[in-house]
Design a protein around this ligand. Structure first.
Ligand SMILES: NC(=O)c1ccc[n+]([C@@H]2O[C@H](COP(=O)([O-])OP(=O)(O)OC[C@H]3O[C@@H](n4cnc5c(N)ncnc54)[C@H](OP(=O)(O)O)[C@@H]3O)[C@@H](O)[C@H]2O)c1
Length: 327
């Protein structure tokens, strides 16, 4: 089957493209071509890479046609952020492609009521990103319900893996939090530290896309959560991460405004996004309909990411050592 992957060289694509090649698919990888995948993999040798700027091509109306002209059996769209962009792609693919899989986000839920939240929960998104992704989900599922293109939406949690900084126990990307946990320095957490975070390993996201391709009829017109088996509390995450370095976490807690002043505007904005959403998300539906289960817990996924930063010399923890915690 020919699979076109849009946004193919990022966190997800770095795992997804080699998985698709190994499954015997003819893969066409689209990106602007400004970066290489995080991981070297010989499978890329069998992939046709097409350089295109989706934003520019959407603006002149050419993007959907470019994708449709590649004659895909399925399209995996990893970088779509507005319903207008999604509609252009759907219009171009309708009748010319068997399946469109879209990467969404658990932020479509907004504030949660029952946790872990199920896909069937009413959407109450806030913030441009979550609102845009919820609008895309509505559009795609309505398209399939109306008998058009078979669309599937996979909502990912905080994507983690080797090669990039992952969401830390304070809910932001500040590498100093890992350093402080590793070296026994105090780490500040907002409020009681009981905000939840829900990570997922990038390879588990990739395997969920493969599962949705393999079970096209079960996946059509459905959305699925793609996260680790369970969310973490910030506090528990910090305590576990300190243990990777043989330490007890030294934690301090502060009301939100004090926390925000202490960590500065960039990290406070990221932490706020996580505090406000406090995700805890069910994966039962993907297990039942796609036969998909995540291979990594949140701690395994984040451990691997931090280990990579350390091995790459991008995290200075002085004389501290990271042990294998046997996760
Ligand atoms: N990061 C998270 O924790 C998280 C959580 C939930 C959901 N998601 C969802 O995950 C998806 C992103 O996947 P990812 O994390 O694998 O992406 P990523 O690591 O940010 O990589 C983006 C990919 O898209 C390409 N790209 C970026 N802008 C492009 C453009 N204008 N035209 C064509 N290609 C473009 C990039 O290559 P070039 O730069 O070379 O073009 C790269 O291949 C999004 O839909 C996002 O909503 C992410």
């Amino acid at each position: 089957m020919r699979v076109v992957v849009i946004g193919a060289t990022g966190h997800i694509g770095g795992y997804l493209v080699p998985r698709l090649v190994r499954a015997g698919h003819d893969v066409v990888a689209l990106s602007r071509g400004t970066r290489q995948p995080y991981r070297v993999d010989p499978a890329w040798g069998a992939v046709r890479q097409v350089a295109v700027d989706r934003d520019a091509a959407d603006a002149d109306g050419s993007f959907g046609h470019l994708v449709a002209d590649l004659a895909p059996d399925a399209v995996v769209d990893l970088v779509c952020f507005t319903p207008e962009s999604a509609a252009l792609l759907v219009d171009a693919l309708r009748g010319r492609c068997g399946q469109l899989l879209h990467c969404g986000t658990v932020w479509v839920h907004g504030h949660l009521t029952e946790v872990p939240v199920a896909e069937s929960a009413p959407r109450r998104p806030f913030g441009d990103y979550g609102i845009g992704k919820a609008a895309i989900e509505r559009l795609l599922l309505a398209e399939t319900a109306a008998g058009g293109l078979a669309c599937t939406v996979l909502h990912a949690g905080h994507i983690s893996g080797p090669g990039w900084w992952v969401v830390n126990p304070a809910g932001n990307l500040d590498p100093a939090v890992w350093r402080d946990l590793a070296t026994g320095r105090p780490v500040l957490l907002p409020d009681t530290g009981l905000t939840t975070l829900h990570h997922v390993h990038a390879d588990d996201v990739a395997s969920a896309f493969v599962g949705a391709l393999d079970r096209r009829s079960a996946a059509a017109g459905e959305s699925f959560h793609v996260v680790s088996p369970a969310a973490l509390t910030m506090r528990g995450f910090a305590e576990s991460a300190a243990g990777w370095f043989g330490r007890e976490a030294v934690l301090r807690f502060a009301p939100w405004s004090e926390f925000a002043d202490a960590v500065g505007p960039e990290h406070a904005a990221a932490s706020w996004d996580h505090v406000a959403h406090s995700p805890s998300v069910s994966v039962a539906k993907a297990a039942a309909l796609l036969g998909w289960t995540p291979r990594h817990t949140s701690l395994q996924a984040t451990f691997e990411a931090v280990r990579w930063q350390l091995d790459a010399g991008r995290l200075d923890i002085g004389t501290a050592r990271m042990a294998d915690p046997g996760l």
